[in-house]
Design a protein around this ligand. Structure first.
Ligand code: NAD
Ligand code: UDP
Length: 315
């Protein structure tokens, strides 16, 4: 099959491209490298891998009506900055990629009428008042905060995709991805796992924002990619609604910091900084829908996944 992956040079996208190529598909990776890197996809170069360097918010050469030569059988739409540090530094690129950029990619899905997977996020639940989060929970999101370029951007992307699907009737999969980590996540990404591992390996303090009692549930990237491919592989006649993907093993940020110090054999200390604005206090996916409908079952626990990630950072 010919498969388009937007954001294919990013962390999750590069692992996805790798797995699709290993399954003998032809992959078209669209990326503008704003948060991805050429290094992530260097090893993928070959006859079945096509890199299209392009900003999806810009007039879309490959997506235009008159470029009828550009045909694919499936679209995975992953392009979007994904770190809270990015939301602070590049808010406009973040919100425009999720709105205008998503629209441009959806135009292609509508024209070709092919399965389209939107990489949405647990951030659509905001600072959740329901725990764990089921897909039916409608969220608690602040439109006017540093995170809104991302969480409201993704909420709009979901609504846009849903309405394109109602109009064009293509097979839409909206996947709400919970915190995912693993090799190739940017070293200076700012997200908690790469940041804590980098600091632990460089002997710097691991800085906890807030008191560290806030929780997250971390999924290893191989499990996430398994889930994305499983969901894409099931042909749906009707839209089934959003699906959570993640690992429900929940941990406090304080415990995470201690674990990373132990697993990396570091002498780093833990320090504290003021809590971040609108930082979700609890996050854990209810994955029963993904498990029952798609046979999703994350296999790699936090300790094992952290060890693999620490090893990759050491290299
Ligand atoms: P990433 O930043 O490593 O990857 C995103 C990729 O999209 C990068 O290669 C970047 O250059 C590209 N991109 C961004 N804007 C673009 C644009 N306008 N045009 C073309 N390319 C563009 O992030 P990631 O962690 O791999 O996340 C991938 C997707 O999964 C994102 O949509 C993100 O919102 C979603 N997601 C990730 C997590 C996570 O924990 N990693 C959690 C929830 C949702
Ligand atoms: N965090 C932290 N120190 C850091 C980075 C993050 O304590 O150096 C906290 C952050 O405040 C949040 C959690 O770790 O409570 C997860 O943050 P991350 O940026 O990884 O992603 P989020 O889940 O908030 O999108």
């Amino acid at each position: 099959m010919k498969i388009l992956v937007t954001g294919g040079a990013g962390f999750i996208g590069s692992h996805l491209c790798e797995r699709l190529l290993a399954a003998a598909h032809e992959v078209f990776c669209v990326d503008n490298f704003i948060t991805g890197s050429a290094e992530n996809i260097e090893h993928l170069k070959g006859v079945n891998f096509h890199l299209i360097t392009h900003d999806i918010t810009q007039p879309p050469a490959v997506f235009t009506e008159n470029n009828s030569a550009f045909k694919v059988d499936q679209i995975y739409h992953l392009a979007s900055p994904a770190s809270p540090v990015d939301y602070r530094e590049i808010p406009l690129q973040t919100i425009m990629t999720n709105s205008l950029g998503t629209k441009n990619v959806l135009d292609l899905a509508g024209r070709l009428c092919v399965p389209f997977l939107l990489a949405s996020t647990s951030e659509v639940y905001g600072n959740p008042q329901e725990h764990p989060q089921k897909e039916s929970y409608l969220g608690n999101v602040n439109t006017l905060s540093e995170r809104s370029c991302y969480n409201e951007g993704k909420r709009f992307a979901e609504a846009l995709a849903y309405n394109y699907q109602r109009h064009f009737k293509f097979d839409l999969k909206i996947v709400r991805i919970f915190n995912t980590y693993g090799p190739r996540i940017r070293r200076h990404d700012g997200r908690v796992i790469p940041e804590f591992i980098r600091c632990a390996l460089e002997g710097e303090p691991l800085q906890i924002t807030g008191d560290g009692s806030q929780t997250r549930s971390f999924c290893y990237v191989d499990d996430m990619v398994d889930g994305l491919i499983k969901i894409m592989s099931v042909e749906e006649k009707e839209f089934v609604g959003a699906v959570n993907l993640g690992n429900p093993q929940e941990v406090s940020i304080k415990t995470l910091a201690e674990k990373i110090i132990t697993l990396s054999g570091s002498d780093s200390i833990i320090s504290n900084a003021p809590a971040a604005e609108d930082d979700p206090q609890k996050r854990c996916p209810d994955i029963s829908l993904a498990a029952e409908k798609y046979g999703f079952a994350p296999k790699i626990g936090l300790d094992e996944g952290l060890q693999k990630t620490i090893q990759s950072f050491k290299k």
